[in-house]
Write a protein that binds this ligand. Sequence first.
Ligand SMILES: NC(=O)c1ccc[n+]([C@@H]2O[C@H](COP(=O)([O-])OP(=O)(O)OC[C@H]3O[C@@H](n4cnc5c(N)ncnc54)[C@H](O)[C@@H]3O)[C@@H](O)[C@H]2O)c1
Length: 264
Amino acid sequence: MSIYGLEGRKALVTGGARGFGAGIAAAFVKAGASVTLADVLEKEGAETARSLGSKAKFVKMDVTSDADWERAVKQTIADQGGFDLLVNNAGIEVTSLVIDFDADKLRKMLDVNIVGTALGMKHAFRAMKPGGPAGKGGAVINIASVAATIAFPAIAGYSGTKSAVDRMTRIAAMESGKLGYGVRVNCVYPGLVATTMGIQLAEDIVKVGLAPDMQAAIAGVVEQTPLGRLGNVEDMADAIVFLASDAARFITGIGLPVDGGMGM
Ligand SMILES: NC(=O)c1ccc[n+]([C@@H]2O[C@H](COP(=O)([O-])OP(=O)(O)OC[C@H]3O[C@@H](n4cnc5c(N)ncnc54)[C@H](O)[C@@H]3O)[C@@H](O)[C@H]2O)c1
């Protein structure tokens, strides 16, 4: 068994219906793990799980709900016989210039991106720590963003939520280490990827007047990226498999850029 593999690991991936979450779940299954995909999108989530075969299951959940987390973790342990990997991937992005901020939209984004991630870490710690219903330690990977590391216009609110994810990751890693939970906690900073969210962002950049058209919006990002292309879902998923694996056994409390150098 390779230390880079995930044989026998039991994972929960939020926002697993599509985009990064679906790609991360596929990479986990390929690396030998079983996976529960969690999402508010019931139909898409169930279809994605089916497409990954017998090692993938779907549970409907809203990451902003404590009760949903309790149910999803219970379901993960019941279906897989344990729980040792959590990817806090579910997130939303609302593009807005600071001058146009909408309080309700900002609060919704804080709820999903910050509260959702915070509750995920809470329930992972409770389940994975010694004496918990899973009880064998594990790893949490939070999805932050290159937006937490640079000043990209029109996403101040979103960037704030991802900076919060970054900071919470480090403090949770510190608590887990000091209090003996046996759970490593890390985050990644992905660059722009053409998922539903990524495409919407490029369109919004045009709408707020920061680029003349989609092509120019994307070319602007590529221009800022030393490796000279947009990332893809597999680029993200492979880095997350690494952080989840035993090859990363002495890594906790970090933010790993997976952005082609955009944030350096
Ligand atoms: N696409 C990018 O360019 C990019 C870059 C950096 C970081 N990210 C981050 O990566 C993660 C995944 O993004 P994506 O591009 O795959 O987006 P996406 O919109 O394609 O997928 C996000 C998924 O999260 C789910 N979701 C949203 N709110 C939820 C909630 N309250 N409870 C449960 N599920 C919920 C959605 O239904 C969807 O399936 C997000 O956290 C995002 O902020 C994306």
